[in-house]
Design a protein around this ligand. Structure first.
Ligand code: GLC
Length: 779
């Protein structure tokens, strides 16, 4: 294509930018408070303001009619009863809750949200809320010199998004992801701003193609969309963690995943036959490399027809699934939305006969080309269709399958626009509207349909769902992998900020294709990537057709041994990871997080792209370049102990750390603790021994954390079958005291005690557990 050559920058081809002409919302004419909702009538449109909690404010501008306050696909919370105080003056109106103050000037209508210490959260200057005649809506907000931006879901580039502009339009991008790749598979129109150590969030709940611009101006940022209402939520924070709790209060949190889905996944586009899959599983068992899941990519199907198996390649899928299950391995098949146009294919027949597919307003089914050829697409915006599709998953659950992989659900279509015709008319649960409006939620709604269908069919077992596309709230149904990356060191590097920003966007269960999907990986890259993968929330090695196979043993024994060590480590860390997944399900906090989340006062963490934390007390500093065995590691406040060597490092300093190919630098903060299990075998992955590693401090540090466990695969925890220990560790010169301050739940794990192992005990320090000198915590 000419556009891929220098022709793209041919003189005279540049776009006429020109200032956009927006119509401002104008002067406030009148307002009223009805059922806790403020309704403002302005010269050029209407604004509604609602309070979801004392700290979450929703603002909706509609230039044509009264703002509509229902119908969001992302929001699951209802506004709470919030007590409000109102002060009216000539020029201004002040509305306060317990945590925030809204300052509204009347002419023109401008809104500033502050906290009660006078700290500005979001503010409008010369320009505020506006729109264009073509339906575009925009919010202009003041940008401060010290503002840093995070979140935005799945984006390429660095951690801090100041100076960047992004678009939200779910897109299938096989071309190499670059820092300039703008829209990827997920659209999460949400960000968190960190300003002088304090954080707040903004969620722009608009499903049209939308834009966030922190680049074009030095003192103002904007968010805008092609159509719909200017509908946004402001989360007052003030810490990064509270912002995320607030955002996930609005859009929901991840369900506790089945423990097996937190293990190691092996995938390939494709393992093409039953025999190949059996051989693969056998190799993992023989080599004692942990494996929980084998993914079946599109070749398992008969002509890529979903809900079928190719009987020649996979003559007995039931037996395959059962035999693998016996070995401790699960099968997760891919399910794409495209249903092959084939009048002899029952799913297609049913879809047409029962009117389940997306259609044009005139009544014709929309057809697009994907893997199976010409295909129809279920209209997931309709409850009836979601139920139908969900029900179909009986095909898989009847075979003993407990997890599904949804792909191509942007939806991707092989045409110029890469997707469905935007004029397709979705049913949208009784409020028909175009694909242009609902494109960004197609994947989310497919996820809802699949997750709910699987959940019902699995009768009490937790389903696992992996998705490529999604919108805000996707965390309620699915884990997200970051799509078609490549076997480049740059992509390993980029995966860290991408996964961290997804985590800051409420999606705690994420990870890239370890080793890289397209392009040929190599021994060193795969080894370093596997070290990182062992600690990303989702851990799957996946590679593309036509490129080198990249199972852990493909590059000789030396590399295999290292990868095995790290995959096993994943299982040794499982008690810690599972407790963090529990935290994610309770509070929305990410398992893998940027350092700024724990140290928002420390500017050195604001754009730290090549390090991450697991929970609040462990820093990882992987090697992300070829032939490198030394790197700078910044350790924040505290004293840090290197996990593998026990060497102590001072915080608020940068250290030069050595790490040979078999080493991943990990640092645990003194005065805290981590939970460790052990690797047994693929057949029996449960840890029979759980150890609490306590890193002794001396200076009065107090650390509190929750250790969580349950059966790992059912919903019995909802009926009290879980174990949640709130543990407090206090270190002084004389003692390291470990106390279970709260013990909840009725679950009795196979282990009857937790061993306590204190690391770096200082001379004369005693260990006291629950008030006594002992070595274990009895359960
Ligand atoms: C898409 C997916 C990739 C998958 C392939 C074939 O490219 O992103 O993971 O292997 O389709 O199904």
């Amino acid at each position: 294509m000419l556009e891929d050559t220098s022709f793209a920058i041919h003189p005279g081809k540049e776009q006429q930018s020109g200032a956009m002409v927006y119509r401002d919302i104008g002067r406030l004419l009148k307002y009223e408070l009805i059922d806790s909702t403020y309704r403002f009538t302005c010269e050029n449109g209407n604004v509604a303001i609602q309070f979801y909690t004392d700290s979450i404010v929703r603002v909706v501008m509609n230039q044509k009619e009264q703002p509509k306050l229902v119908g969001s696909r992302a929001v699951v919370a209802e506004p709470e009863k919030v007590s409000i105080e109102e002060t009216v003056q000539d020029e201004t109106l002040v509305i306060s809750t317990a945590n925030v103050e809204l300052n509204i000037t009347k002419d023109p209508f401008r809104l500033t949200i502050l906290d009660h210490q006078g700290r500005e959260i979001v503010a409008e200057g010369d320009r505020g809320m506006a729109y264009r005649e073509n339906g575009e809506v925009v919010a202009f907000k003041i940008m401060h010199e010290t503002d840093h931006f995070y979140g935005f879901g799945e984006k390429a580039g660095h951690l801090d998004k100041r100076g960047e502009a992004y678009e939200m339009w779910n897109s299938d991008v096989y071309a190499p992801h670059n820092p300039e790749t703008n829209a990827l598979y997920e659209s999460i129109p949400y960000f968190m701003t960190l300003r002088d150590g304090k954080a707040h969030g903004v969620f722009f709940d608009n499903t049209y193609r939308s834009k966030f611009d922190m680049k074009s101006s030095d003192d103002c940022y904007t968010f805008s969309a092609e159509g719909g209402q200017l509908d946004y939520y402001v989360m007052a924070g003030p810490e990064p963690k509270t912002v995320l709790e607030q955002y996930t209060h609005i859009t929901g949190r991840i369900p506790l995943p089945p423990k097996w889905s937190l293990g190691y996944h092996q995938s390939r586009y494709s393992y093409e036959t039953e025999q190949e899959v059996r051989d693969l599983a056998k190799t993992f068992i023989e080599k004692d490399i942990p494996l929980d899941v084998i993914h079946l990519d599109i070749h398992y199907m008969n002509g890529y027809r979903v809900f079928t198996f190719d009987k020649e390649r996979f003559p007995n899928p039931e037996k395959l699934v059962a035999d693998l299950h016996e070995m401790g391995i699960r099968v997760v098949p891919i399910v794409d939305p495209g249903v092959k146009k084939d009048t002899e294919y029952p799913i297609y027949q049913e879809g047409v006969n029962q009117d389940q597919f997306c259609k044009y307003i005139e009544g014709d089914i929309y057809f697009g080309e994907v893997w199976p050829g010409i295909s129809a697409f279920p209209d997931f915006t309709d409850e009836k269709v979601r139920k139908w599709w969900g029900e179909k998953h009986e095909f898989y659950t009847n075979m003993g399958i407990e997890g599904i992989w949804n792909d191509m659900n942007e939806p991707a279509v092989f045409n110029e626009t890469k997707t469905m015709d935007v004029s397709v008319m979705h049913r949208n649960d009784g409020n028909p509207t175009t694909h242009r409006e609902l494109h960004n939620v197609y994947g989310l709604l497919m996820g809802e349909s699949t997750y709910e269908g699987m959940k019902e069919k699995l009768q009490g077992k937790r389903p696992f769902l992996l998705t490529r596309a999604g919108y805000a709230g996707v965390q309620r149904y699915a884990s997200v992998w970051t799509g078609d990356n490549r076997s480049f060191w740059e992509h390993l590097q980029m995966s860290l900020p991408m996964v961290m920003n997804l985590g800051l966007s409420g999606v705690a269960f994420t990870g890239p294709d370890v080793g890289g999907f397209a392009h040929d990986t190599n021994a060193e890259l795969l080894t370093r990537w596997t070290q990182v993968g062992a600690f990303t929330p989702f851990f799957r090695n996946h590679s593309a057709i036509g490129f080198r196979y990249q199972e852990p043993w493909q590059f000789g024994e030396k590399h295999e041994d290292i990868m095995k060590k790290y995959i096993q480590m994943r299982y040794e860390w499982m008690p810690q990871l599972y407790s963090l997944f529990y935290e994610a399900s309770q509070k929305g906090l990410p398992v893998m997080r940027p350092l700024l989340m724990e140290y928002p006062e420390d500017v050195k963490t604001y754009n730290l792209n090549d390090q991450f934390m697991i929970g609040d007390n462990v820093v990882f500093a992987p090697i992300l370049q070829p032939s490198v065995t030394d790197r700078a590691v910044y350790l924040p406040k505290g004293v840090w102990v290197e996990f593998s060597t026990g060497i102590v490092y001072e915080g608020e300093k940068t250290h030069l750390i050595h790490a040979e190919l078999d080493e991943l630098p990990i640092f645990v903060r003194k005065g805290t603790a981590i939970m460790q299990g052990e690797w047994n075998s693929n057949k029996d992955k449960r840890s029979n021994k759980v150890t609490m590693n306590v890193y002794a401090g001396v200076s009065g540090e107090k650390y509190r954390f929750t250790y969580y466990d349950d059966d790992g695969e059912t919903f019995a925890y909802e009926d009290g079958q879980y174990l949640a220990l709130d543990v407090e560790v206090t270190s002084t010169k004389q003692t390291v005291e470990i106390k279970v301050v709260d013990y909840k739940g009725d679950f009795k794990p196979a282990y009857q005690e937790i061993n306590v192992n204190v690391i770096g005990l200082h001379e004369g320090q005693d260990v006291i557990i629950n008030g006594e000198k002992q070595k274990t915590i009895k359960l």
